[in-house]
Write a protein of this length. Structure first.
Length: 257
């Protein structure tokens, strides 16, 4: 009986330890992803796209289009990062740490060089880009207009029902956000995080971070875009990235997170 109990007890302890390690890894990845996304996205191009489009069009449609693009991009980035786990963890851990240090130093340098009203140029650039897309949309409506009139009132109701979910504004918000996010700092950092952290934690944390930033942009619009100091956010972002790099000196690559 003693032998049986001594055999069962270690199994129970090991399972508890592995469960705790998994939970801790998820939480660590979640916190890392959400903090990195927030400091990367506030005042970024995708933030301005959501803010400006929300001032012109239905906020829910803009939010849905932008969030679909950002959610898809986050999942793709996590998959790219997870694919690198075939490489021994010790290498990916220290390479990702070096990349965090490089990102942090670059962000600090950029932030210190910025003027206090930095970000207005990017805001104007996004406004010009959206205006161009609007003109294209208007031309498309003018070209398709006569066809819609000829088709009669019978096809108008289902068309409106479809447009409520898949409208040109939804497509515009999706494509503009997706293209702006591709190759962006937040995409690269999500890939790097997924290579060293729990991928599920990174995916959830990254998506929540994007939700918070895009939600703020959609609700606050121009006011938040003008109030946010891109310089301050960039400097804080640099410090956050360097903190993650510095933490690697105290955490072993095999510690589980």
């Amino acid at each position: 009986l003693q032998k049986g109990s001594s055999l069962v007890a270690p199994v129970h302890i090991v399972s508890e330890e592995s469960g705790d390690k998994t939970n801790l890894g998820f939480i660590h990845a979640f916190v890392a992803a959400i903090s990195v996304i927030i400091v990367s996205e506030l005042g970024d191009k995708t933030f301005f796209i959501a803010a400006i489009m929300a001032m012109r069009y239905n906020r829910l449609t803009v939010l849905a289009g932008a969030m679909l693009a950002l959610g898809l991009m986050t999942c793709l980035s996590v998959l790219f990062g997870y694919a690198t786990t075939v490489i021994p963890r010790v290498y990916t851990y220290y390479v990702s740490t070096a990349l965090f240090a490089i990102f942090g130093i670059r962000m600090l340098r950029e932030g210190l060089k910025m003027s206090p009203d930095e970000g207005q140029e990017e805001l104007e650039e996004v406004q010009a880009e959206i205006k161009k897309k609007d003109e294209e949309l208007q031309r498309t409506k003018l070209l398709n207009g006569p066809g819609d009139v000829e088709s009669g009132p019978g096809t108008t109701i289902p068309q409106k029902k479809w447009l409520h979910f898949i409208s040109p504004i939804f497509v515009q918000a999706f494509t503009l956000t997706f293209l702006a996010e591709w190759g962006d700092r937040s995409q690269l950092t999500t890939i790097v995080l997924a290579a060293r952290e729990d991928p599920y934690g990174v995916a959830v944390g990254g998506t929540v971070g994007h939700c918070l930033c895009t939600g703020l942009a959609v609700i606050g619009g121009r006011m938040i875009a003008q109030k946010i100091s891109v310089r301050t956010v960039t400097i804080i972002g640099g410090i956050v990235f360097l903190a993650f790099a510095f933490s690697a000196l105290f955490i072993s690559p095999d510690s589980g997170f």
